[in-house]
Design a protein around this ligand. Structure first.
Ligand SMILES: NC(=O)c1ccc[n+]([C@@H]2O[C@H](COP(=O)([O-])OP(=O)(O)OC[C@H]3O[C@@H](n4cnc5c(N)ncnc54)[C@H](OP(=O)(O)O)[C@@H]3O)[C@@H](O)[C@H]2O)c1
Length: 258
């Protein structure tokens, strides 16, 4: 797929991976629609970028806000949707607040599902378009103790997106859908999740540049970083129980600020 001069809607554009997607698509001459809660960040990003940007602040944990974004943009012929907004919460299941977890499920799953479905319908009708759902390598693993609900939300996104990609292939539609599944990326993610920064994270810039190259090749599941790809490959040889224990030890350390 070619990116030049497209209309791109990016959720989670106020920080980290979403901000880097905005910069990368702007360099390709794309017009952008930037969505997140922090309007000041979105306006600062829009001022920095060299292509037209519309700033649409919204709290995507609220269904009516998600639908409002879809309604406001329905006549703009969005060519590319990047569902990037999301967050995690580190800690034992018994220690994590239920309301915050439900909020996470609303942002990581419900908002992604609703926006994907609405924009997919428009793209199928036009027989063109692309949707990139930012899942995580967490979503390709069986479980993630101490970042438990987050792993489950990303498993939903990875599975939902791969299923859609297969349906689209079956329908022979010219609409591309893919899941971006990074390992650790140095962004505000760990601070929001209330843990210590990843030890071996890659930069958001590297994550996005790899993602864009793989999108151009039409890849369905995109995993930036050789180490993460190798880790996922070798994880096939461990039992699900052993793998969960291994992942849990790592996430527990992060939850404890180590
Ligand atoms: N960093 C990693 O290690 C990593 C690894 C794999 C996958 N991911 C995924 O990558 C995506 C981007 O995360 P990041 O690493 O770039 O973290 P980040 O720097 O914390 O960015 C998260 C983005 O999500 C937005 N967001 C969160 N809650 C929202 C809400 N209720 N409504 C609207 N926007 C909301 C934030 O904007 P506001 O706060 O301004 O609303 C922010 O723009 C997430 O889906 C994350 O799960 C991250």
């Amino acid at each position: 797929m070619a990116f030049n001069n497209k209309m791109v809607l990016i959720t989670g554009a106020s920080s980290g991976i979403g901000t880097e997607f905005a910069r990368a698509f702007s360099k390709k001459g794309c017009k952008l629609i930037l969505v997140a809660r922090r309007a000041d960040r979105l306006h600062a990003l829009a001022a920095e970028l060299g292509t037209p940007c519309e700033v649409l602040p919204a709290d995507l944990s609220e269904e009516k806000e998600v639908l409002r974004i879809a309604e406001l943009t329905k006549d703009q012929k969005v060519d590319i949707l990047i569902n990037c907004a999301g967050f995690g919460l580190l800690g034992a299941e018994t220690a994590v607040d239920l309301a915050e977890e439900l909020n996470m499920i609303d942002v990581n799953i419900r908002a992604v599902h609703i926006l994907t479905k609405i924009f997919l319908e428009q793209m199928i009708a036009r027989n063109s378009g692309a949707i990139l759902n930012v899942a995580s390598s967490a979503g390709l693993l069986p479980a993630g103790p101490y970042l438990n609900t987050y792993y489950a939300t990303k498993a939903y996104v990875a599975s939902f997106t791969q299923g859609l990609a297969a349906e689209l292939e079956d329908m022979r539609r010219n609409v591309y859908v893919a899941a971006l599944c990074p390992g650790p990326v140095n962004t505000e993610f760990t601070a929001v999740a209330r843990g210590s920064q990843w030890d071996n994270g890659i930069s958001a810039e590297k994550c996005v540049s790899y993602a864009m190259k793989q999108m151009e090749k039409g890849k369905r599941v995109i995993v930036p970083g050789f180490t993460v790809r190798a880790g996922l490959f070798f994880s096939r040889f461990l039992s699900k129980k052993a793998l969960a224990r291994f992942v849990g030890r790592f996430q527990k350390k992060k939850a404890e600020g180590r």
